[in-house]
Design a binder for this molecule. Structure first.
Ligand SMILES: NC(=O)c1ccc[n+]([C@@H]2O[C@H](COP(=O)([O-])OP(=O)(O)OC[C@H]3O[C@@H](n4cnc5c(N)ncnc54)[C@H](OP(=O)(O)O)[C@@H]3O)[C@@H](O)[C@H]2O)c1
Length: 272
């Protein structure tokens, strides 16, 4: 398969990560271009990745196979309305914007093959995970193109229903912040137990990293891993029992429900 020509609309953090990921996987710089209204962003992305950039979004999409919408959700409607008349038949639209539905994109762009993605911030380190949903106009080849694109910055999970993007947002989209919160809380508690703050922070951070690596590489689930490190009447059991007595699992469920509800509300507002 020849490299499809990919045009990024918006050359900020997410576009830079995706472009860096693709370049690291051997995609030619000549197959990628980007537009951004900021001269500084254009200069940075050209310097870092050697790709051509444009000030006008319409210039970037001419002749592209895949158009990646990587602007903030709040400006997406205007960007799409301005792009609509410049799109060509057969182009795939990939949106990484939180809270913008396929229906909204098709309202603004006309009927189109659209893949809606929910990546997360560790994509910046190519350690992300993304949920992807394709509308019915997307061909198998276009699905592969979208998978290769998001796969350049982490794991890709396809969803059969678009509404599940709200659940993905709740679990992995907002998820890095939950782990940061746990690291913060463990650091503060470690400090209260007498550790220097920096030591407590490093212990908490590296424990999160090591535990995540164990969970990802193990062939048993997290519950079993936890059981294996929890000896009866031991220190871990004392902590886990305290978490559970405080309603930890219920609290996590409530938090994720709140995130999913907010994701659906934002999609409603941004689609207007
Ligand atoms: N960063 C993440 O980890 C992450 C995770 C999940 C999803 N996303 C999604 O990815 C999208 C981009 O996020 P980001 O963090 O990369 O944002 P960002 O760094 O602000 O990048 C967006 C870029 O688009 C430019 N822009 C704004 N209006 C434009 C227009 N009309 N035409 C062309 N370019 C325009 C912005 O310029 P100015 O700054 O000058 O306005 C900026 O350079 C968002 O929709 C977000 O929901 C990001």
């Amino acid at each position: 398969m020849n490299d499809p020509k990919i045009a990024f609309i918006g050359a900020g953090n997410m576009a830079a990560s995706l472009i860096g990921g693709m370049r690291a996987q051997g995609v030619a710089a000549s197959a990628i271009r980007a537009s951004d209204h900021g001269a500084e962003q254009r200069a940075r992305i050209t310097a870092e990745h050697g790709i051509e950039t444009f000030a006008a979004n319409a210039d970037a999409v001419a002749g592209a196979d895949v158009i990646v919408l990587a602007v903030k959700p709040q400006v997406m409607k205007g960007v799409c309305q301005e792009l609509a008349e410049h799109l060509e038949a057969g182009q795939l639209i990939v949106s990484v914007a939180a809270g913008i539905t396929c229906a909204s994109l098709e309202n603004w762009l006309g009927p189109r093959a659209v893949v809606r993605c929910m990546p997360n911030t560790p994509a910046l380190l190519r350690q992300g995970v993304s949920g992807l949903y394709a509308n019915t106009r997307v061909s198998d080849e276009q699905r592969q193109q979208a998978e290769r694109l998001l796969g350049a910055v982490g794991l890709v999970m396809w969803l059969d229903e678009e509404r599940l993007i709200d659940a993905v947002t709740a679990v992995s989209g907002s998820g890095p912040a939950y782990f940061f919160l746990l690291i913060e809380a463990m650091t503060a508690a470690g400090e209260k137990l007498g550790l220097p703050r920096e030591t407590a922070a490093q212990l908490a951070e590296h424990t999160a990293l090591g535990a995540a690596r164990m969970a990802v590489s193990s062939d048993v689930d997290a519950a079993e891993l936890r059981r294996r490190v929890t000896s009866p009447a031991g220190t871990t059991e004392a902590a886990i029992k305290t978490f559970q007595a405080g309603g930890f699992e219920t609290l996590v469920e409530q938090a994720l429900n709140a995130a999913a509800r907010r994701s659906a509300e934002l999609a409603e507002q941004l689609g207007q």
